[in-house]
Design a protein around this ligand. Structure first.
Ligand code: 13P
Length: 292
């Protein structure tokens, strides 16, 4: 088995009314923990990388090589796609060359005509190489890698036009934001979501900012056409929490047990990631779907 494009798993999820979880990876430990969790539970998954995280990991080729090798070394049998998250025009092209199996082109900050032209070009390029591609209409609120957006809601008519280009799945802002939701967050706009699903003629939709959206709200979004849900901050929070507890308990200071060894120091965080991944995929409905 090899890494796959996300098209088939997303289309199956859309038809089966569940969502594929797309987890952002930050390093080798993240990649390994997520892959172990999905293999144990026979769950298809998308591993995604922001441009900033890819830079941190020494570039797209390093990421693609690392993910492919970990996938093989762990004898993973479930479908796994490697996806660029919020790619620029240049970033999407670079990932197509670097061996990713899926890319997102986020042209939502361009005037619509420019987003349309660039999306069209990149959809053709990605498809010519067998990759899946996600495009975006309407900014996702919050801040990720220095790009901040107030989170405007997508225009269903613009969504229709991008969907008709043949994009595989479409990110559309419906009041979702990246990072932790403010206490006065209004929730997802299901009316807009419904309209987008209608105008796009049933295109699989992507919900960004998965962290902190109550599971029942995510499940309602899934019934209205969301087939991919992105989660980043949530895994960072549980990793940091477990690591802090290990250090606060003074375990890193135990010289006899070598508690300072990174394999021990990072283990509780990795175990926390695995547990959270399993909880999330159960709630998104993708748990065990690779075994069906
Ligand atoms: P969160 O960090 O809010 O989970 O958002 C992840 C995301 O949407 C990545 O594109």
């Amino acid at each position: 088995m090899a890494l796959v494009s996300a098209t088939e798993m997303i289309n199956k999820a859309h038809a089966g009314h569940y969502a594929i979880a797309a987890f952002n990876i930050n390093n080798l430990e993240w990649t390994k923990a997520i892959l172990e969790a999905v293999e144990e539970t026979k769950t298809p998954v998308i591993l995604e990388v922001s441009e900033g995280a890819a830079k941190y990991m020494c570039g797209y080729k390093t990421v693609a090589t690392m993910v492919k090798n970990i996938y093989e070394a762990l004898h993973i049998t479930v479908p796994v796609a490697l996806h660029l998250d919020h790619g620029s025009y240049e970033g999407a092209k670079a990932c197509i060359e670097a061996g990713f199996t899926s890319v997102m082109f986020d042209g939502s900050h361009y005037p619509f005509e420019e987003n349309l032209a660039k999306s069209k070009e990149l959809i053709a390029l990605a498809h010519s190489k067998g990759l899946s591609i996600e495009c975006e209409v309407g900014g996702i609120g919050g801040s990720e890698d220095g790009v901040t957006s107030a989170g405007e809601k997508a225009d269903p008519e613009e969504c229709r036009i991008i969907a008709e280009l043949g994009v595989d799945f479409l990110a559309a802002g419906i009041g979702n934001i990246h990072g932790i939701y403010p206490a006065d967050w209004k929730g997802l706009d299901f009316d807009v979501l419904k309209k987008i699903q209608e105008t796009t003629n049933g295109k699989p939709l992507v919900l960004h900012g998965g962290t902190g959206i109550p599971y029942d709200m995510v499940r309602q979004a899934i019934t209205l056409g969301v087939s991919k849900v992105n989660v980043n901050t949530e895994l960072q929070l549980v990793f940091a929490d477990a690591t802090r507890k290990y250090i606060e308990a003074g375990k890193d200071l135990d010289k006899d047990k070598k508690g300072f060894d990174p394999r021990k120091l990072l283990k509780p965080g990795c175990e926390a990631i695995k547990a959270k991944v399993i909880e999330i995929v159960k709630n998104f409905g993708s748990y065990g779907k690779a075994a069906e």
